[in-house]
Design a protein around this ligand. Structure first.
Ligand code: TMP
Ligand code: ZN
Length: 406
């Protein structure tokens, strides 16, 4: 029996997505024979209410020197991180010689705004190539994983932090107790840990099961976050819903008793109980919803293939790996995936081995149907793809339901 990574309680998977490759494991045909697989199976801990993966590939297999994910690929996300940084500066930052630390600072998409404002900062980023890109933008970056030991090193060099920030990172870290311990050391008495990640409430409501993949070892709720950090002398003091990544939540955490707990916390927890996020039966229903979504998507794709329609994927996202592999989408269903990230182009998607091509391949010869793997960027994409629509092209989306647009 597996044990909860947070509280040690016995857990078992409420469903399996089957044998799964690395979500960001874009590869060339000569690498197919050595492709890495593991079983993607999420579990719900009925003691601490955390949703987590039972098994996960070693972090070193996922976040390494050739990690393909760079944050600065979407205009909307760049704007989101600028607002995040400005909001922190305006509402949460201390006044005397403030110091901001960001965990998983990627290519510096957020921290560069602190750098520009002349604020002392340090990014912690385990992927060497991504850390190097951040340094190129004038963002002070250390290549490391964050935990109690790294926290002590940072304190010795810089002192305590006013703000510890993280975006789409906390849910990647298996040993959150070590992170919480590090935060409890590094944070100034009135400092804040502010992080955001895809939100379990949205995943359950929208059946957006593609948020579940190797890197996302947790899908958080206010209930679980309060519990995780609560056992380290920390307290959830505010939550702020975000539209990014198809529905995220920002959690603001301080030292216990140092801040007024805002009404948003109790409100979110009441919502979560109403949605059943604290009950095993909810995850059973979620599994049935995933199966229905898969059946509907494959029915649509098989029908398109039978009619000889050209279908192209839009956005070779990490989360689409769960979709292609779980549903059984092959190059017979999807000719190629268009993606603007140079490091993914010319490679094949993990598991399904669908070729990834530059954006031009899509724009120069519109398909009949574009399968929107980057559904979380739908608004931005629909706005710039008027030409595709004008050509008679249709979008196929699968969150919250399998539908064609128009
Ligand atoms: P993300 O959802 O994890 O941010 O990944 C988005 C992926 O989609 C990334 O590989 C870039 C790609 N993409 C495009 O190809 N075109 C676009 O217009 C957008 C917004 C993203
Ligand atoms: Zn637990």
């Amino acid at each position: 029996m597996a044990k909860c990574r947070i509280c040690g309680n016995a857990i078992s998977a409420f469903m399996t997505f089957g044998r799964m490759p690395l979500a960001n494991g874009f590869l060339t045909p000569d690498q197919f024979k050595d492709e890495y697989f593991f079983e993607l199976a999420p579990a719900f801990c009925d003691s601490c209410h955390t949703v987590q993966l039972v098994d996960q590939p070693a972090p070193e297999a996922m976040f390494h020197g050739e990690y393909a994910f760079f944050s600065q690929t979407s205009k909307a996300m760049a704007a989101h991180f600028e607002r995040f940084a400005n909001d922190t500066m305006a509402r949460r930052l201390g006044k005397t010689d403030p110091f901001v630390v960001e965990l998983g600072s990627n290519d510096g998409i957020m921290l560069r705004h602190f750098a520009k404002a002349g604020i002392r900062h340090l990014g912690i980023e385990p992927s060497a190539n991504v850390a190097e890109a951040a340094r190129g933008q004038g963002v002070n970056t250390r290549c490391a994983f964050f935990g109690a030991e790294t926290a002590r090193e940072i304190m010795a060099e810089y002192g305590q932090a006013d703000i510890i920030q993280a975006a789409n990172v906390m849910c990647h870290i298996p040993d959150l107790n070590s992170v919480a311990e590090g935060v409890a050391l590094l944070l100034k008495p009135d400092g804040f840990l502010i992080f955001e990640d895809p939100y379990l409430g949205d995943v359950i409501r929208k059946t957006s099961y593609d948020q579940i993949y190797d890197e996302h070892v947790y899908v958080f709720s206010a209930l679980s976050v309060a519990r995780i950090f609560g056992s380290h002398g920390l307290e959830l003091v505010a939550v702020e819903p975000q539209v990014t990544h198809g529905g995220s939540m920002r959690y603001v955490i301080g030292r216990k008793g140092r801040h007024v707990v805002e009404a948003s916390v109790a409100a979110a927890m009441a919502d979560e109980r109403a949605l059943g996020l604290d009950k095993a039966a909810t995850y059973d229903q979620f599994r049935r919803n995933c199966e229905a979504s898969k059946d509907a998507l494959m029915a649509a794709l098989n029908d398109l293939a039978a009619k000889g329609k050209r279908v192209v994927g839009y956005g070779a996202t990490s989360k689409s790996t769960t979709v292609t592999q779980y549903c059984g989408i092959t190059p017979k269903h999807v000719e190629f995936i268009s993606d603007t990230t140079p490091t993914k182009q010319g490679k094949c998607s993990p598991g399904a081995h669908i070729p990834v091509k530059p954006y031009d391949a899509f724009a120069s010869s519109y398909p009949d149907v574009a399968l929107l793997f980057a559904w979380n960027h739908a608004q931005e994409i629909f706005a710039k793809e008027e030409g595709f629509k004008a050509s008679g092209g249709r979008w196929l989306v699968y969150v919250p339901e399998v539908t064609f647009i128009p």
